[in-house]
Design a protein around this ligand. Structure first.
Ligand code: DC
Length: 229
């Protein structure tokens, strides 16, 4: 793979389905810029909670978003969102954010606010000399990059996903979040048509990453595709 054969890889799935860890492995292996879009929704949720903005009034949320200057920064192979030029840390994984993030993520104005931002990482990856972009979330293969070169969808048994969160020491009602993410009207969590489905329940991270690498490396693709806006 080279800079001239720039690829876009999307990874979607529910909470704790294995998206982040395997996407990071692939990013290292294939020199792809890694973007975790869950952290975008988490960062905005944290800011909205701090400002005392309720999710009940979409207009107030939309107005508040206009006042938050967001940006991007690259650290190693990962690009992250910045709010007022700063990245956020563990506060975006707090119980308060876990409980509120799906509520804010269901608001169309919030999703619209992040759509252009998320698509802009494609150019960032090109400009920074990466061989491609790997972006994970809930609607990446269906809405953000529907014409991506490789689209994956991950899932795992609920008990295994709960065990994973427990191992991370997080209090997170993944079942409730998944339900809300699947049921929302705008850009719900879904397996994009034609995406490659991977059941990660019994597989190690390396095995999942091997499967994905094989799919990508066995492809004949050599030309970048343009993204429709
Ligand atoms: O990946 P995560 O569990 O950190 O994501 C947190 C929440 O953000 C998730 O429950 C729903 C929302 N999200 C979304 O709606 N769309 C995305 N592309 C990524 C995350």
């Amino acid at each position: 793979m080279t800079k001239d054969s720039f690829i876009i890889v999307t990874v979607d799935g529910g909470a704790a389905s294995g998206k982040s860890s395997t996407s990071k492995i692939l990013s290292e292996r294939l020199n792809l810029l890694y973007v975790n879009t869950g952290s975008h929704y988490r960062s905005l949720t944290w800011a909205l909670l701090q400002a005392g903005v309720s999710a009940e009034n979409e207009r107030v949320v939309a107005d508040y978003l206009k006042s938050i200057p967001i940006g991007r920064t690259v650290e190693g192979k990962e690009a992250r969102i910045t709010l007022e030029s700063h990245t956020l840390g563990n506060e975006i994984r707090s119980e308060a954010v876990n409980n509120a993030v799906s509520v804010f993520a269901a608001i169309p104005a919030v999703r619209q606010f992040l759509l252009t931002h998320q698509r802009s990482y494609q150019n960032l990856a090109r400009e920074a000399g990466f061989f491609g972009l790997i972006m994970e979330g809930r609607d990446i293969g269906s809405v953000i990059f529907p014409e991506a070169d490789f689209r994956f969808f991950m899932y795992a048994d609920e008990s295994e996903r709960a065990r994973r969160r427990l191992m991370e020491g997080q209090v997170d009602s993944i079942q409730k979040r998944d339900q809300m993410d699947k049921q929302r009207k705008t850009a719900p969590l879904t397996c994009p048509e034609g995406a490659i489905r991977i059941d990660t329940t019994q597989l190690s991270l390396d095995t999942v990453a091997d499967k994905m690498t094989k799919v990508i490396q066995s492809s004949k693709k050599s030309k970048p595709r343009s993204q429709k806006s």
